[in-house]
Design a protein around this ligand. Structure first.
Ligand code: URA
Length: 440
């Protein structure tokens, strides 16, 4: 029998915890026997003392098993079950494209996603800009959508990893979010509870990302890959740039419209394309659907050019309550914001820097995100047609289109965006969108 305060003391003094001790602590978080102050003290001890890979794995597995773990065997699927997680960024619509591509290539993607967090948008909020789409279907509808469309993106209404729910809410108010072992266990416990055969993680680096710098992002990637593999799920990670929005749009309906353009082949942002197809390639290889990169890329290209990926997206939307044929309806499905006007470049030069955190917060302030959990979202608002980083710009050129609910919020967003970007006389280098692949 363990005493919580003794285990907290051990961790505080830098001693490793055994798997049994970690299991006891996670059970206590789940059943309430650990009080909030003990959970907070434990989180702070882990924040300062870190955990080794064995401890991280034990914490992740205990948190994964604190609720239900999905099991796909009864569906007798004819392909692997896989998923992607992103640490979150601006204009990150990858999930909405990648899921359908993987489904078109023979994989099954039961993706449990989240809502907007701080300055970053949330996949569920984007999908809810589609009239009728439900992120909270019954288990039968969820399973049928995974089986027939190959992809279903929904919210975490099922009791997946309840220990994380409690621990995260305490970390959030005790300055213990940015701890590698705690982030690793939090993200992986939820993903591994999806019952996956393989997982790929997109870890963002830059002004709009979770981790402050490349070294920390790399450490997180290595740790997550090692822990997930020890927990029995083949996992790889990709470090990608978040010093500018990934897609050309930021804002819920605007991002979904960009996804539709991408899937129909109308228009594809090259950075978004590179990240999406690289993640798809990693997933196809890790899961055994493709043997090597060339074969994976051929399958991905075919999924897009044949329209099969677009059809999988349409089918998922239809089966989860949205329109019968969203892609055929096109942009007429979405309401436009009342005020849409470009922000003009104040001077000649090169667009050299974008503060993604500030840009994301300007979308939140337009009404496209929440500052309180209960707040409603205005799906129409946001930004699109961003001028790419590093390109020459002339005074008066449109830097970005601002979609606002009224003139006052347009003006406020414009002022905030002017302060979030830097135009310089000299051209500065633009980071590649992909920094590194981590496979072990
Ligand atoms: N997202 C999560 O789900 N957990 C964390 O700890 C950080 C980001």
């Amino acid at each position: 029998m363990f005493l919580p305060q003794e285990l907290i003391r051990k961790k505080r003094d830098g001693e490793p915890l055994t798997p049994a001790a970690i299991q006891f602590l996670v059970d206590g978080m789940t059943n309430g026997r650990l009080v909030d102050s003990q959970v907070a003290a434990l989180a702070m001890a882990i924040y300062f003392r870190d955990m080794n890979i064995e401890e991280s794995t034990a914490l992740t597995c205990a948190m994964r098993d604190s609720g239900s773990v999905l099991n796909w065997q009864s569906l007798a699927l004819d392909g692997p079950v896989l998923d992607k997680h992103s640490t979150g960024g601006l204009g990150d619509v990858v999930s909405l494209i990648l899921g359908p591509i993987i489904a078109a290539c023979g994989g099954y993607v039961p993706m449990i996603s989240g809502r907007g967090l701080g300055h970053t948008g949330g996949t569920l909020d984007k999908l809810e800009s589609i009239a009728g789409y439900t992120v909270d279907p019954s288990s039968q509808v969820f399973e049928r959508t995974v089986r027939e469309a190959g992809v279903a993106i929904i919210g975490a209404s099922r009791e997946l990893a309840p220990a994380d729910k409690r621990l995260y809410s305490i970390r959030d108010v005790t300055a213990t979010v940015d701890s590698l072992p705690l982030i690793c266990a939090s993200i992986l416990s939820k993903k591994l509870a999806e019952g996956l055969d393989s997982l790929v993680i997109d870890i963002k680096v830059g002004s709009g990302s979770l981790m402050a710098n490349l070294d920390q992002s790399r450490d997180l990637a290595h740790r997550m890959v090692a822990v997930a593999r020890q927990a029995g799920c083949k996992t790889s990670a990709l470090l990608t740039d978040m010093n500018q929005p990934l897609a050309s749009s930021c804002g819920n309906a605007l991002e979904v419209m960009e996804v539709m353009d991408y899937l129909t082949g109308e228009c594809r942002n090259s950075r978004l394309h590179e990240v999406t197809t690289t993640l798809a390639q990693m997933m196809l290889i890790d899961s055994g659907i493709a043997e090597h990169a060339e074969q994976a890329q051929l399958k991905i290209a075919k999924a897009l050019s044949s329209g099969e990926a677009a059809e999988r997206f349409n089918k998922m939307v239809r089966m989860l309550g949205g329109p019968q044929d969203l892609l055929a309806q096109g942009k007429s499905h979405f309401n436009q914001a009342p005020v849409i006007a470009p922000l003009l470049a104040p001077q000649d030069g090169y667009l050299s820097q974008m503060d993604c955190r500030e840009i994301g917060l300007s979308v939140v302030a337009l009404g496209g995100g929440r500052s309180r959990p209960s707040q409603n979202i205005d799906y129409r608002v946001g930004l699109n047609r961003w001028w790419p980083l590093g390109e020459k710009i002339c005074k008066g050129d449109p830097l970005v289109m601002i979609h606002a609910a009224d003139q006052t919020s347009w003006q406020k967003a414009a002022q905030r965006l002017r302060e979030a970007i830097l135009i310089t006389d000299e051209k500065s280098s633009v980071p590649d969108v992909i920094y590194q692949q981590i496979n072990e």
